[in-house]
Design a protein around this ligand. Structure first.
Ligand code: DX5
Ligand code: ZN
Length: 217
């Protein structure tokens, strides 16, 4: 069964508590939390204070996706705010290996996010050090975009790399996941599905989470 990580970017910001409770009581596994700085991506979302507030009500794993420049400046603060997994973008991490070590030394799982144009092959020499690859299947910055089909091929290549290296890395697909494409994404080798729009615009979000969770390979 896939790990389901609803993205709070599509939640109702006027009533986060209600959406947090919905996820707590659903079959979702993780909360996916998108932090944007208006510099690395053309949008600004929320930061550590909102994450710390959400942590008080949430009962599941906090999967924090940093879409910010110089993420290493804030690792400690995100650890304090309650991040369980912290992902940094490959494209802003000249010292990726060091970043992964620091994230782990702070007690978090270490993730690396890659943009649609970034080849998975660039991760080859650090794959055994990565707990989670957040593979972007849209250009990061906004919820509700269309899935980029080339991602399917990238999932298969990454799966093979992980297998060949003996790593335990999870593959997370982030962006444009729908009820229609989710099954194919899992079959290609994804372990974690992020879903914002698909969950939060559904008439019954908890039921949508349940249907995603029960998709078989
Ligand atoms: C996009 C974010 C995603 C986003 C996904 O930059 O990283 O996590 O919330 O939203 P959907 O599922 O609506 O494409
Ligand atoms: Zn994300």
């Amino acid at each position: 069964m896939p790990i389901i990580a609803p993205s709070m970017l599509s939640a109702n910001f006027l009533n986060l508590e209600k959406d947090i409770e919905m996820i707590n009581n659903s079959e979702a596994d993780w909360f996916h939390l998108d932090v944007m700085d208006g510099r690395f991506v053309p949008n600004i979302s929320f930061g550590m204070s909102i994450i710390a507030a959400m942590k008080k009500k949430a009962t599941k794993h906090f999967d924090v996706h940093l879409m910010i420049l110089e993420p290493e400046k804030y690792f400690e603060e995100f650890a304090k705010a309650g991040a369980d997994t912290l992902s940094v973008h490959y494209e802003v991490s000249p010292h990726l290996h060091r970043s992964l070590q620091v994230i782990k030394s702070l007690g978090m799982k270490a993730g690396v996010a890659i943009n649609p144009a970034t080849p998975v092959q660039l991760l080859e020499d650090v794959i055994v050090d990565i707990d989670l690859v957040c593979m972007m299947s849209v250009n990061p910055g906004f919820g509700g975009q269309k899935f980029i089909n080339q991602t399917m091929h990238k999932i298969r290549s990454l799966k093979k790399m992980i297998k060949d290296s003996g790593a335990n890395t999870l593959i997370e697909i982030d962006g444009g996941v729908t009820m229609e494409n989710a099954h194919g994404i899992i079959k290609a080798g994804a372990d974690v599905l992020v879903a914002g729009n698909t969950v939060f615009t559904a008439p019954d979000p908890a039921d949508t989470i349940k249907r995603l969770k029960h998709l078989e390979k």
